[in-house]
Design a protein around this ligand. Structure first.
Ligand SMILES: *Cc1c(COP(=O)(O)O)cnc(C)c1O
Length: 366
C-alpha cells in the first residue's frame, strides 16, 4: 500500500464548502492587497500565540528577514543560529549582509544547544535565532537568559511550531519576534506562500508594517527602504477558515506520534525525545536509525512517503564554502543529518497506513 507523506486533499475535502466560500468572497469584494481578511487573521494569530501584535507577510522566510531588519541587523553584525534547520534560518541572515554564526544542536531534541551559545558570542553579536525544530520548542528559558545578559535580540523561528508551547508559553511569544510560515506543508498552511510575525513591542509592530510595504507609512513616502512582502488577502481567507481546525489537527498528529512511539519502543529506532515541559505539535515525526540508506531504499520501494529534514548541516552547505567551517565542527548536527528520516504524521493518516509504515520501518531498522 502506497502511503503519502502528506495528503492535502484529505484536509481540503471535509472543509471544502467553507474554504471555497471564503475564497470567492475575496473575489467578490476585490480587496486583494491587505484586505479585511488579513487583519482578521492577524487578530486570530496574535490571540493564538499570546502576543500583542501580528503582521502578515509574504512567507515564513520573509517573516524572519523582516524581523531581523526591524531589529536593525545589518552588515558587520553576527546572528547566532542552530547549525541544523531549514535553509531559510541561515539564508536570511546572509541576505542582510550579516554573518550567521552556527551553533551545534542537542542530540535529543535537535534544537540549538543552549550550553554552546555563550562561546559563540562576540562583540559583533546582535541576535539569536532559536528554531523550534519539527514542532518542539527550543529551551527558551536558557536562551532568553543568555540574550538578556548580552543584550541580544531574540528572533524565534517558529515556522514549524504554530500552537506549540514551552512551560505554558506559546511558541513565538517568548522572544522579541516570533515567525510563522503558512507554506502548504506546515501545520497551518495556505494555498501558496504566506507568513506572519508576532511581537509585543509597538515599535517593532510599526516597523514591520512599514517594511512590508516598501518602508512607508504614507504612500509613496518611504522612510526606510522596505520590501513588497504582504500576505495575500486570498491566503488570509484560506487561513481564517483553517485556523479553526488547527487544534484538532494538532491533536491528530500527536495521537499518531503516540502510536509510532509505542510501536517503536524496544527497537533500535530513535523516536523523538519530547521534554516534559513542552507541547509538541509534530510538524514532522522524525526518527533516527543506524542504517538510513537501507531504510530510504525500502521506503522508496514500498512507496511510503518520507523526507530527510535535513541532509546537510548549514556549515557544510556549498553556499557557505567560504565561511571557514570544516567537517567535524558540529558533530551532533552532522550525525543528525546522516541518520534522520521523517515519516507520515499528518492527521488524516489512516490506521492501516500507519501500520504499513510501522511494519516497513521496523523490518529494516528495528
Ligand atoms: C518552512 C520554514 C521556513 C520558511 O518558511 P517559508 O514560508 O517556506 O518561507 C523557515 N524556517 C523553518 C524552520 C521552516 O521550516
Amino acid at each position: 500500500m502506497a502511503v503519502p507523506l502528506l495528503d492535502l486533499k484529505r484536509q481540503y475535502l471535509p472543509i471544502k464548502e467553507r474554504l471555497d466560500a471564503a475564497v470567492l468572497k475575496v473575489f467578490d469584494h476585490g480587496r486583494f492587497i491587505l484586505g479585511p481578511e488579513v487583519s482578521e487573521l492577524e487578530a486570530k494569530v496574535s490571540a493564538l500565540s499570546g502576543s500583542r501584535y501580528a503582521v502578515g507577510v509574504a512567507s515564513g522566510t520573509d517573516a524572519l528577514l523582516l524581523s531581523l531588519r526591524a531589529a536593525g541587523v545589518g552588515e558587520g553584525d553576527e546572528v547566532i543560529v542552530p547549525d541544523y534547520s531549514f535553509f531559510a534560518s541561515a539564508g536570511v541572515i546572509s541576505r542582510l549582509h550579516a554573518t550567521p554564526i552556527f551553533v551545534d544542536i542537542e542530540e535529543d531534541t535537535y534544537n540549538i544547544d543552549p550550553s554552546k551559545i555563550a562561546a559563540a558570542i562576540t562583540p559583533k553579536t546582535r541576535a539569536i535565532m532559536p528554531v523550534h525544530l519539527f514542532g518542539q520548542a527550543a529551551d527558551m528559558d536558557l536562551i532568553t537568559e543568555i540574550a538578556g545578559k548580552h543584550n541580544l535580540v531574540v528572533v524565534e523561528d517558529a515556522a514549524q511550531a504554530i500552537g506549540a508551547a514551552y512551560k505554558g508559553r506559546k511558541a513565538g511569544s517568548m522572544g522579541d519576534f516570533g515567525c510563522f510560515s503558512f507554506f502548504p506543508s506546515k501545520n497551518l498552511g495556505c494555498a501558496g506562500d504566506g507568513g506572519m510575525v508576532v511581537v509585543n513591542s509597538e515599535e517593532y509592530n510599526e516597523r514591520l508594517r512599514m517594511l512590508r510595504v516598501h518602508g512607508w507609512k504614507k504612500k509613496y513616502y518611504p522612510e526606510i527602504v522596505g520590501y513588497n512582502s504582504r500576505l495575500a488577502t486570498v491566503q488570509a481567507a484560506v487561513l481564517n477558515v483553517k485556523i479553526d481546525y488547527l487544534h484538532d489537527w494538532t491533536e491528530g498528529r500527536r495521537a499518531n506520534a503516540a502510536r509510532y512511539d509505542e510501536a517503536f519502543t524496544g527497537t533500535e529506532i530513535k523516536t523523538p525525545v519530547v521534554k516534559d515541559y513542552v507541547y509538541h505539535i509534530y510538524n514532522q515525526y522524525t526518527i533516527a536509525v543506524r542504517n538510513r540508506d537501507e531504510l530510504l531504499t525500502a521506503l522508496k520501494e514500498k512507496e511510503i512517503g518520507h523526507d530527510v529534514y535535513y541532509p546537510i548541516p548549514f556549515h557544510l552547505l556549498p553556499c557557505y564554502d567560504d565561511s571557514g567551517y570544516a567537517k567535524g565542527d558540529f558533530p551532533v548536527s552532522e550525525k543528525a543529518a546522516a541518520s534522520v528520516v521523517s515519516i507520515p504524521i499528518f492527521p488524516e493518516l489512516t490506521r492501516q497506513e500507519q501500520d504499513e509504515v510501522i511494519e516497513v520501518v521496523k523490518s529494516v531498522s528495528g
